[in-house]
Design a protein around this ligand. Structure first.
Ligand code: FAD
Length: 583
């Protein structure tokens, strides 16, 4: 029996006899190690069970979160020299891009989730999973404090501490309400699978409520007023899904109220989908207008009561209110309290996300990594290191830099400072010579020589190309597999993985810094039309992109099981329409 399965079985038995928890000692056979449940400790007056005092030579890696970043890390981890403990209140991975489809029953909730135990069981590694949430990270003592989801079942021992050698924080983010009064209490969010299921039930409840006898048309209209706040990809996709659900399915079942339905999309900025190409934004706004989705631009929500939503118009500051049946709030992401507390502890206050370096190591912390929506990379600026770059490149120590000298190190500089490559591309500079020439005027290539001040001037605009990475599944998943690859080779490179600023001839970085590759983005707009913006500013809108969307999303699903279920849901929807039962 493998140590992992033994451990799992023991855990199950342990759940049945919680009173034995603190005294049991379990010998792990195949691993040869001793797994001990230590005695209870106290933290803030609460008894805490420490399940992770594993007498093992292996380094302990604790992963917080089973979302895109955490799961991608676990899937790519191959090095068996770690004891991996995964902690997350969700014992499954959810394919979030299909959440809007769940809100209207186009796809079933179960089709887009995969149990995390199913994902890790296929790996020949020591990985165990605890269904719990981390409520405190103690970076100083290398411990995380967790609380089980299982409530009363553990006889008051639902809190425990886990020690780590390496901590991977992949806890994602929460919906951002911007402290708008009434949002938390009265709005729906679209972040988790449960949110999507709740929205689906509420939409159907609204139709049933509006169909009851003895209601005036005015009252029915209020119930069937659906408001979506936030014109980003999620808000737009949900509005389009809801429009399709109403017009393709519900109108047949609720013919008496079909003309009273109204969908309003509120956006505080000038346009919806403003992170997309202008052609996509314009197409989406026109399409919504044609289909009767009321898009209100420059409209900022200031308050939501249990019956009305109040907005302030940007142009004239006028405040108006409208009654609603359901409000879906989708205005971006905020920081989870446990992450905020951790950031305070390590002196990273007044930030939205944990700052890491380009190797995803949390700044100012030892052995802690953060990735996905809860983190942001603090890209190193060229101008911060300009003198060091100059002196490394100036091989003959002449105090000036020739084109040849610079060309020899430019690949290393681009690897360490990706903004330089982006700058050259955006300025349509074919080579580094163009950049140097730019500051030197019209001089022959061979006679270009720059002193430090001229070199600074030549590179002074390069850092303007630095951008924060977007909070997307694409980024999170690439970071997860990047970090796993680092862990796979950790022994090789444990000491100072990036090294000092290194150039050719003096050894290269062992770990390359994380580089994000953008593969494009989709915005489903309903009616079997999708907008696609692919690398190279290639834009396509319409039915062909919808088929591209179907194939990309089907291929990105995490397992053959979910792939089969989702394709079958899409087929069922084409044949029978969406189900409107209120379950
Ligand atoms: P998440 O995937 O949110 O995972 C966080 C994990 O941490 C979860 O398992 C959670 O249970 C766990 N956790 C939470 N609190 C704790 C705690 N206290 N202790 C331990 N674990 C905890 N991106 C795209 O690229 N393309 C899309 O089409 C797209 N569509 C989207 C549609 C919707 C409706 C939404 C909501 C998001 C969409 N995104 C999309 C964004 C994408 O889902 C996120 O960027 C991605 O989920 C971030 O991954 P993550 O691992 O950082 O966080």
């Amino acid at each position: 029996m493998s140590r992992f399965s033994f451990y799992q079985r023991f855990s199950r038995a342990f759940n049945g006899h919680p009173s034995l928890a603190n005294i049991l000692v379990v010998f792990s056979i195949s691993g040869g190690g001793l797994v001990a449940y230590s005695e209870s400790k106290s933290y803030d007056g609460v008894n805490i069970v420490n399940p992770s005092e594993v007498d093992s030579k292996k380094k302990r890696v604790v992963v917080l979160g089973t979302g895109w970043a955490g799961t991608s890390f676990l899937k790519s981890l191959k090095n068996s020299s770690y004891d991996v403990e995964v902690i997350s209140p969700r014992n499954y991975f959810a394919f979030t891009p299909l959440l809007p489809s769940v809100t209207c029953g186009t796809v079933e909730a179960r089709s887009i989730v995969e149990p995390i135990r199913n994902i890790v069981r296929k790996k020949d590694l020591d990985i165990c999973y605890w269904e719990a949430e981390c409520f405190k990270i103690d970076a100083k003592n290398k411990k995380v404090y967790c609380r089980s989801n299982q409530g009363n079942n553990l006889n008051g021992n639902e809190e425990f501490v886990v020690d780590y050698d390496y901590l991977v924080i992949a806890m994602g983010a929460r919906s951002n309400t911007f402290n708008t009064p009434g949002v938390e209490e009265n709005c729906h969010f679209l972040k988790e699978v449960e949110d999507a299921q709740k929205i689906r039930r509420t939409v159907i409840d609204c139709f049933e409520r509006a169909s009851l006898p003895n209601l005036s048309d005015e009252e029915r209209k209020k119930i069937l007023q659906f408001v979506v706040v936030g014109g980003g990809p999620t808000g737009v996709e949900f509005s389009a899904e809801l429009h399709d659900f109403v017009n393709e399915d519900l109108v047949k079942l609720y013919p008496k109220v079909k003309d009273l339905v109204k969908i309003t999309l509120l956006e505080a900025g000038d346009h919806i989908l403003n992170m997309f190409d202008k052609r996509i934004t314009a197409f989406a706004e026109e399409k919504f207008q044609r289909e009767g989705i009321d898009v209100k631009l420059g409209s900022m929500v200031v308050k939501v009561s249990d019956k009305e939503i109040s907005t302030k118009e940007r142009g004239n500051g006028e405040i108006s209110s409208m009654p609603y049946g359901m409000v879906v709030w989708s205005t971006g992401i905020g920081t989870r309290p446990v992450v905020m507390d951790f950031m305070k502890q390590i002196g990273q206050t007044n930030r939205r996300a944990i700052a890491t370096d380009e190797w995803l190591r949390v700044e100012g912390c030892d052995s802690i990594y953060a990735l996905g929506d809860c983190a942001t990379i603090n890209q190193r600026k060229v101008m911060e290191d300009i003198s060091a770059i100059f002196s490394k490149a100036d091989k003959d120590k002449s105090g000036t830099l020739t084109v040849k000298e610079f060309q020899e190190v430019v690949d290393d500089i681009c690897e360490r400072y990706p903004q330089l490559e982006l700058y050259l591309k955006n300025k349509q500079m074919g080579s580094i010579v163009d950049l140097l020439k730019d500051s030197k005027g019209d001089v022959a290539k061979e006679s270009i020589e720059l002193n430090i001040e001229e070199f600074k001037k030549a590179l002074s605009q390069v850092d303007s190309q630095m951008k924060n990475l977007p909070a997307t599944a694409q980024v999170a998943t690439q970071q997860g597999s990047y970090l796993a690859n680092c862990f796979n080779r950790m022994e090789e490179c444990e000491k100072n993985p990036e090294g000092p600023l290194r150039f050719r001839g003096e050894g290269r970085h062992r770990f390359r810094p994380f580089r994000y590759k953008h593969f494009g983005q989709f915005a489903p707009l309903g009616g079997e039309q999708t907008a696609a913006q692919l690398p190279g500013d290639w834009v396509s809108i319409g039915r062909s992109s919808q088929w591209l969307w179907y194939s990309v999303y089907a291929s990105k699903l995490v397992s053959w099981r979910t792939r089969t279920l989702v394709v079958s849901d899409w087929t069922k929807r084409f044949v029978f329409g969406r189900d409107s039962s209120s379950i």
